[in-house]
Design a protein around this ligand. Structure first.
Ligand code: VG1
Ligand code: CO
Length: 543
C-alpha cells in the first residue's frame, strides 16, 4: 500500500454552517483546504477504518477533482467500501437513500446546493450520518474542533479510478463501487406513489414542465417523468447537469427560476410546473399562473398526503422550521396530530423522523420531505403533488383555494438582503436582539407587538439544546416577523426577513401576498431598521 502522511496545519473558518461547509470554489481549491476538511470529517466521526461510505455531488465545477481526492483519502484512512454515483453525481436525497439502503456508515455530499457554481461560484461539502441525514450539531461541532487541531492527513498515492463506468474497482485495498445515480432512487419513488394514476393523468393530456436548472435532478426527472410515467419529452427542461449550472443560480424561487415562471404565466401554460435546486433537495411548485409558497405547499401536502399509497394510513405528526408559516400547524390541529417547530436546517428533523413522531417535514425555503429518506427531497414533493392532482382530479389552483377555505390562508413572504457588509448586518441583527425585551406593547406601522423573543430549541428526543436560532416579533392579529442571518452564504452576510399574516376570511384570500402583507412589511422595516442600517431600500430576493 502506498500512502502519504501529509503534514498540514489548521486552516481557520472550516466551520460547517446550516448545511455543511460552503466556500467560494477558489477557497476550496487552495492547497490542503479540501484535504484538511475531509480529514477533519473523518477524525470528527471517530475515523473511517472498515467503514462503508456513500459519495456523490451535484455535478458542479471541482466535483470530479474533489471526489477523486476524497476517494484517495478514504482509502488511506482504511475505509472498506465507497459507493459512488457515476461521474460522482448524486442528488442529496438519492445519497440519503443510498446510505440507508446499503446500511452505510455515512456519506459525503459535494454540493453548495442553491448557490451558483463554477470556478467563480461556490463549492461545498456536507457529511451525512448512518441514518442518511445531515450530521447532528454534536458531530458538526466535533468536525470543526478537529479542523482546528489537525496536523496531518492521509492520502493514497494511487490515482482514483475513473468514475464514468459502472463497476467495482480497487483502490489501496478499498472497494470503489460506481453505480447508476438514478436507479435506486427511482425504484424508491415507485414504492411511495401511485405511478399508474400519474401515468393516466399524463395520458389524459395533463401537461407538466419541470425545470432541473442544469443541476442534479435532470437525469432523475427525465427517467421518472418521461421514461417511467410517460410525460412528453419536452416536460423536462434544462436537464443536463452543467459545472456552472449554465451560469444561473440553481435556486428554485420566482426570481431565479424566472424561465419557469414565464412558461407558467403564458396563456398556453401547462397544468403544473416545478423546479428543483442544485442538489435536488428543494422544490418550487406552480399551477397555471400561481406560485405556491413553500409554506402553503407543506400544509397542502400534509392535508392530502393520505391520497398517496405510502401515506394512506394517515399522518403521525408534522414538523416545520421556525420561520415557516403556521399554515401546517392548523392542519396538524385539524387532524389531531402533534406539530413541532424546529430551527432552520434539515438536521433538526432527523430525531423526529427516526422516532417516527412525524410523517412530513418542511421549510419555507422550498424544502419538503418525509420519513422515506432523511433529507428534504425535491422530486418526492413534485411526485406527491402529482399523485394528489391525479387522485383528486382538481387543478393546483382549486386545491389551494379549497385548502385555504378549509384551514384559512397564511399570507407569507421572505425578503432576503444579500451580500451585506458583515458589520452592518450584525448591527441590524444585534440591534433588534438588544431591543427584544422592550418591544411588547410598542406599535410599529400600526401593528402592536404582543411578544418578542429569540428562538431556542430543545430537541424532544435527545434533549439537546440549540440556542440563538432567530429573532421573532409577534404582532397583534397573528402577524409575525422573523429575522435570521443566513448560514449558507459565502460572501458578506445575508439577512433573511420572514413575514406572515393569517387570513381566515374567505373573501380576502385572493390577494397578492406582497399587498396583503404591506402592513407587516412596513412594521418589520420599522422595528428592524434594515433600510437605515444597511442603506438598502429593497430586498434582493422576494420569495
Ligand atoms: C438555507 C435555508 C434553510 C435550508 C438551508 C440548506 O439556510 O434557509 O431552510 O435548510 O439553506 O438548504 P440559511 O442558513 O441560508 O437560511 V440547501 O437546499 O442549501 O442544502
Ligand atoms: Co439544496
Amino acid at each position: 500500500l502506498a500512502i502519504t502522511t501529509q503534514i498540514t496545519s489548521p486552516i481557520t473558518g472550516q466551520k460547517p454552517g446550516t448545511s455543511g461547509l460552503r466556500k467560494q470554489t477558489t477557497v476550496f481549491m487552495q492547497p490542503h483546504y479540501l484535504e484538511n476538511y475531509v480529514q477533519a470529517i473523518f477524525d470528527g466521526i471517530g475515523g473511517v477504518q472498515g467503514k462503508t461510505l456513500v459519495l456523490g455531488g451535484d455535478g458542479r465545477f471541482f466535483n470530479d477533482t474533489a471526489s477523486a481526492t476524497i476517494l484517495r483519502m478514504a482509502a488511506a484512512n482504511g475505509a472498506k467500501h465507497v459507493i459512488v454515483g457515476r461521474n460522482a453525481l448524486l442528488s442529496t436525497p438519492a445519497a440519503s437513500h443510498l446510505i440507508r439502503k446499503n446500511g452505510a456508515d455515512g456519506g459525503l455530499i459535494l454540493s453548495a446546493s442553491h448557490n451558483p457554481g463554477g470556478e467563480d461560484g461556490d463549492f461545498g461539502l456536507k457529511f451525512n450520518s448512518a441514518n442518511g441525514g445531515p450530521a447532528a450539531e454534536s458531530i458538526t461541532d466535533a468536525i470543526y474542533e478537529a479542523s482546528k487541531t489537525i496536523s496531518q492527513y492521509l492520502i493514497s498515492d494511487q490515482p482514483a479510478p475513473a468514475l464514468d463506468t459502472d463497476g467495482t474497482y480497487m483502490l489501496d485495498g478499498m472497494v470503489v463501487e460506481v453505480i447508476d445515480p438514478v436507479t435506486d432512487y427511482a425504484a424508491l419513488m415507485e414504492t411511495l406513489f401511485d405511478f399508474n394514476a400519474i401515468r393516466s393523468l399524463f395520458a389524459s393530456g395533463f401537461r407538466i414542465k419541470f425545470d432541473a436548472m442544469h443541476a442534479a435532478t435532470g437525469p432523475y426527472a427525465r427517467e421518472i417523468f418521461v421514461n417511467r410515467l410517460g410525460a412528453t419529452g419536452d416536460s423536462v427542461i434544462n436537464d443536463t447537469p452543467l459545472p456552472d449550472f449554465g451560469g444561473g443560480h440553481p435556486d428554485p424561487n420566482p426570481i431565479w427560476a424566472s424561465e419557469l415562471v414565464a412558461i407558467m404565466s403564458a396563456p398556453d401554460a401547462p397544468d403544473f410546473g416545478a423546479a428543483s435546486d442544485g442538489d435536488g433537495d428543494r422544490n418550487m411548485i406552480m399551477g397555471r399562473g400561481l406560485y405556491v409558497s413553500p409554506s402553503d405547499s407543506l400544509a397542502l401536502l400534509a392535508a392530502q398526503m393520505h391520497l398517496a399509497p405510502a401515506y394512506k394510513d394517515g399522518l403521525k405528526g408534522i414538523a416545520r422550521s421556525m420561520p415557516t408559516s403556521a399554515a401546517a400547524d392548523r392542519v396538524a390541529v385539524a387532524k389531531g396530530v402533534c406539530s413541532f417547530e424546529t430551527p432552520t436546517g434539515w438536521k433538526f428533523f432527523g430525531n423526529l423522523l427516526d422516532s417516527d413522531m412525524v410523517s412530513i417535514c418542511g421549510e419555507e425555503s422550498a424544502g419538503t420531505g418525509s420519513n422515506h429518506v432523511r433529507e428534504k427531497d425535491g422530486l418526492w414533493a413534485v411526485l406527491l403533488w402529482l399523485n394528489i392532482l391525479a387522485v383528486s382530479g382538481k387543478s393546483v389552483t382549486a386545491l389551494m383555494q379549497d385548502h385555504w377555505a378549509t384551514y384559512g390562508r397564511d399570507y407569507y413572504t421572505r425578503h432576503d438582503y444579500e451580500n451585506i457588509e458583515t458589520e452592518r448586518a450584525n448591527a441590524v441583527f444585534n440591534g433588534l436582539r438588544d431591543r427584544l425585551a422592550d418591544l411588547p406593547g410598542q406599535t410599529f406601522g400600526g401593528l402592536k407587538v404582543e411578544r418578542a423573543d429569540e428562538f431556542n430549541y430543545d430537541d424532544p428526543v435527545d434533549q439537546s439544546h440549540s440556542a440563538q436560532q432567530g429573532l421573532r416579533v409577534f404582532f397583534n392579529d397573528g402577524a409575525r416577523a422573523v429575522l435570521r442571518l443566513s448560514g449558507t452564504g459565502t460572501v458578506g452576510a445575508t439577512l433573511r426577513l420572514y413575514l406572515e399574516q393569517p387570513e381566515p376570511n374567505l373573501q380576502r384570500q385572493a390577494e397578492d401576498p406582497q399587498a396583503a402583507l404591506a402592513r407587516v412589511i412596513a412594521a418589520a422595516g420599522e422595528v428592524t431598521q434594515i433600510a437605515a442600517l444597511t442603506g438598502r431600500d429593497a430586498p434582493d430576493v422576494i420569495s
